[in-house]
Design a protein. Sequence first.
Length: 96
Amino acid sequence: MDSIVEAKVKNYLIRRWHYNPHDCGTIVECMTALARVGGGTLDDHFALAGLGAGPEARIASGIVDRALLGGGCQTSEYEIRAQINEWIRRFRRKGR
């Protein structure tokens, strides 16, 4: 896992989506698990994975793409918000 990408994703979630910093650990852990399922790690290459890694991983890669100021993705903000809220609800808090 690339720690710079992880920090950028956490900052993006806090500043753009206004999530609690303690919830960001949970979100990043879920994204890391999805990146592993897709055969990689949470880095700039995962931002380009898209639907090739699966439906939930498409949303995770879209978040990474937006956090790294990429060209954008096909995932809507509504889908991203719904998936993030589901991760927070389904998994326990991991902290920062």
